[in-house]
Design a protein around this ligand. Structure first.
Ligand SMILES: Cc1cc2nc3c(=O)[nH]c(=O)nc-3n(C[C@H](O)[C@H](O)[C@H](O)COP(=O)(O)OP(=O)(O)OC[C@H]3O[C@@H](n4cnc5c(N)ncnc54)[C@H](O)[C@@H]3O)c2cc1C
Length: 383
């Protein structure tokens, strides 16, 4: 496997790096404190093609391979995980799923808007009573004439209050467990759909995380994405690829932690020398550095497997598990290098740690990733 980036990949990485320095870094503290990201960022992400990566140009996409997608996601994660999450969910979970499972009509209706940033998407799987056990969700979609009428509540939905369309998972028949679940594309201005921003998050504070309540939301049969009853497979296939982009975002967090720790260790003097001279400080930096490299290599392997059309789901779980835990460790180690200043939000590392913490929870907790990997190794499902 050749780990050298192509000219195209290097160019897209540089574009993302410059974008982060220009459009994100100057605002990170302000957005975190305000619990809001400037929404004009979405159109800017679209204009550079970052919301259309891996999608066919025919539908407004910007093409590129999955490694290019990882490189952009890593850079955005280095800048601000709240912005990275907009792309991971809108492109990674919604646009890519419509591109794969959508009818021609659905692709024409949604893809050009989503890839340009004219619209953004959210992914409505989790409910108040079902997180890890998503297959037992209780939101109902009942056939009525040529329509479906949907009732239920979705919890912790990233982009929820900003989104124009929800990729929504609802039960269409009484078969217990995941076999009764179907996927729908529900425009968020459909009557009966209300949204509430969830405030007070530990991290990802700039992100529009929301609760969605659906009361007699009526959608036409054409809103069904993929075959009826296939919704859970659609959700799981979306999340498997989504885990690669979460992992890439975590590499970005760990890289930001490394950069900040090295810079600070070189500047801060104690006992007459910069703290970079002390071996115990070097140990912290060395641990972060190894985590960055290992997480990146596991993540790039997933991109390579996807681009070569190979099985990637277990590799994606391994990358997501390792990279998310590594991002938490790296940010925590960097905070230690910063001493007391790391605990103040004028310095970057506290936010990195707060943002990293959710990565071991969403898109499948670390425990769920271990069960997926354990099932692949033993052939025995613990679910
Ligand atoms: C900021 C944020 C953004 C999110 N964005 C989205 C989104 O866009 N769309 C969406 O659908 N969801 C989203 N989620 C939801 C997220 O995916 C869930 O929180 C996650 O799946 C865990 O579910 P839960 O919170 O209900 O925890 P639970 O499932 O209740 O788990 C609680 C604990 O029990 C453990 N556990 C559960 N089952 C097992 C088991 N079988 N074996 C061992 N341990 C187990 C878990 O690992 C965890 O430690 C988001 C969450 C957050 C916090």
């Amino acid at each position: 496997m050749n780990l050298e980036l192509s000219e195209e990949q290097t160019a897209v990485q540089q574009l993302a790096e410059e974008f982060v320095e220009r459009e994100i870094t100057p605002h990170v503290i302000e957005w975190d404190r305000a619990e809001d990201v400037d929404r004009s960022i979405v159109k800017k992400l679209g204009a550079l093609g970052f919301l259309g990566l891996t999608i066919d140009e025919e539908y407004g996409g910007s093409g590129g391979d999955h490694l290019a997608y990882c490189l952009v996601t890593e850079e955005l994660g280095r800048g601000d995980s709240s912005v990275r999450g907009i792309v991971s969910v809108s492109l990674g979970l919604v646009t890519k799923t419509i591109a794969y499972w959508g009818s021609e009509e659905q692709k024409r209706a949604w893809l050009p808007r989503l890839t340009s940033g004219d619209a953004i998407g959210c992914f409505g799987l989790t409910e108040p009573g079902t997180g890890s056990d998503a297959g037992n969700l209780v939101t109902r979609a009942v056939a009525d004439g040529g329509d479906y009428v949907i009732n239920g509540t979705k919890m912790f939905i990233t982009n929820g209050t900003w989104a124009d369309v929800v990729l929504l998972f609802a039960r269409t028949n009484d078969t217990p467990g995941h076999r009764g679940v179907s996927a729908f594309l529900v425009p968020t201005d459909t009557p009966g759909l209300t949204r509430r921003t969830i405030h007070g998050k530990l991290g990802l504070r700039g992100q529009a995380t929301a609760e969605l309540v659906l009361e007699d939301v009526r959608v036409p049969a054409a809103a069904l994405l993929g075959p009826e009853g296939k919704g859970f497979s659609i959700a799981m296939s979306a999340l498997a690829k989504g885990r690669m982009s979460v992992a890439a975002g975590c590499v970005g967090i760990a890289q930001a932690a490394l950069d900040a720790a090295v810079r600070y260790a070189g500047e801060r003097e104690q006992f007459g020398k910069s703290i970079a001279h002390y071996q115990l400080v070097q140990e912290l930096i060395s641990d972060i550095s190894v985590d960055v490299d290992a997480a990146r290599l596991l993540t790039w392997r997933v991109a390579d497997l996807i681009d070569r059309g190979r099985d990637f789901a277990t590799a994606a779980s391994k990358a997501k598990l390792f990279a998310s835990e590594a991002a938490v460790r790296a940010a925590n180690n960097a905070l230690q290098v910063f001493g007391g200043y790391g605990y103040i939000d004028e310095y970057p590392v506290g936010k990195l740690l707060r943002d990293a913490r959710v990565m071991t929870l969403y898109e499948g907790t670390s425990q769920i990733q271990k069960l997926i990997i354990g099932r692949a190794e033993t052939g025995i499902s613990a679910f």
